[in-house]
Design a protein around this ligand. Structure first.
Ligand code: NAP
Length: 313
């Protein structure tokens, strides 16, 4: 598994050091976004790591994301992100949420209507935005494109219209929100799933769950390590004269965010979870399912655990 680190909600001044540290201890994937308002700091961390020789550009995988107020200005958004990141290309460009917001509203990123609700551009289909993203592939300035926060319903609307399958669907994912339905659907279509907020986002609340602590105790490791190991383990099993590669956990990549050097290092460690561990972790969502990241767009994005809001698709 390639170690990845996220950059959301990093206070100014923290993220450059965090990115540089991550790249110096072996991380290869940096997850950024225009909306996080820190791509310039992320870029400074990348530049410092490249300059120090910690990593070469060709060994680095940089993801960034198109924000909702730029759905009708895809090329302009990419220009801005590349400039801030100080890069000629990104390895992966993702649509951050499948809903457009008013590009001429009262705020550049989070425009609101007088009643306080988000100023959406519901006449701009997310499919048209994706088709504009496809055109970026010909420029060489994005190596791959994909989506975030797509449910099965949204993917079923999108996929028949595209020429290039999304390489990735980045979604919230952890034992309290395993999202089996969309994970299995993505697997069936060859779309790689990346799990965000694996620790439950700010303050890592999932590390306090007794079920997670119990598995951590069994493996004599931290709750964080268990939560990261939940996603991407493969087990090589000797079977007669063949090696079978069995997905013990869920075969998806995982993005944890930390600005704390010791945690950045710790988050690279994963352990082998067995079926008993996975079954204990999977019981959590049956008892107390919870989604931690759900911005107030007022739109029904088609996730079974979050109904209500405007139905667009
Ligand atoms: N596509 C999307 O819509 C979307 C949405 C959300 C997130 N993401 C991406 O996914 C990344 C990760 O998600 P996230 O930032 O929401 O949450 P997360 O990684 O689940 O949790 C981050 C929190 O856990 C703490 N933490 C990290 N490692 C720890 C450890 N070993 N021990 C104890 N605490 C630890 C961090 O603190 P410190 O930083 O203070 O160490 C921070 O408070 C984001 O940064 C972003 O890149 C994408």
């Amino acid at each position: 598994m390639i170690p990845c680190t996220g950059t959301w909600q990093s206070a100014p001044g923290e993220v450059t050091k965090a990115v540089q540290h991550a790249l110096s201890v072996g991380y290869k994937h940096i997850d950024a976004a225009y909306c996080y308002a820190n791509e310039d700091e992320v870029g400074a961390g990348i530049a410092a790591a490249l300059k120090s020789g910690a990593i070469k550009r060709e060994d680095l995988f940089v993801t960034t994301k198109l924000w909702c107020t730029y759905h009708t200005r895809v090329e302009e958004a990419l220009d801005k992100s590349l400039k801030s990141l100080g890069l000629d290309y990104v390895d992966l460009y993702l649509m951050h949420w499948p809903v457009a917001m008013n590009p001429h509203g009262n705020h550049e990123k989070f425009p609101k209507l007088p009643d306080g609700s988000r100023d959406l551009s519901l006449d701009r289909p997310h499919i048209d935005t994706y088709l504009d993203m496809e055109k970026l592939l010909q420029t060489g300035r994005v190596k791959a494109i994909g989506v975030c926060n797509y449910s099965v319903r949204y993917l079923k609307a999108l996929l028949p219209k595209v020429s290039v399958m999304p390489a990735v669907n980045q979604i919230e994912n952890h034992p309290q929100l395993p999202q089996w339905e969309v994970v299995e659907f993505c697997k069936s279509k060859g779309i790689h799933v990346t799990a965000y907020s694996p620790l439950g986002s700010t303050g890592s609340p999932l590390m306090e769950l007794p079920e997670v602590k119990a598995v951590a105790g069994k493996h004599k490791t931290s709750a964080g390590t268990i939560l990261l190991s939940y996603h991407g383990m493969t087990l090589h099993v000797h079977f007669y004269d063949h090696f079978l590669i069995t997905q013990v956990a869920r075969g998806i990549s995982v993005l944890a965010k930390s600005v704390t050097p010791a945690r950045i290092e710790q988050n690279r460690i994963i352990v082998q979870l067995d079926e008993t561990d996975m079954s204990a972790l999977n019981k959590i969502s049956q008892l107390a399912p919870k989604r931690y990241v759900y911005p107030e767009f007022g739109v029904d994005f088609g996730f079974p655990d979050k109904q209500g809001g405007i139905v667009v698709v």
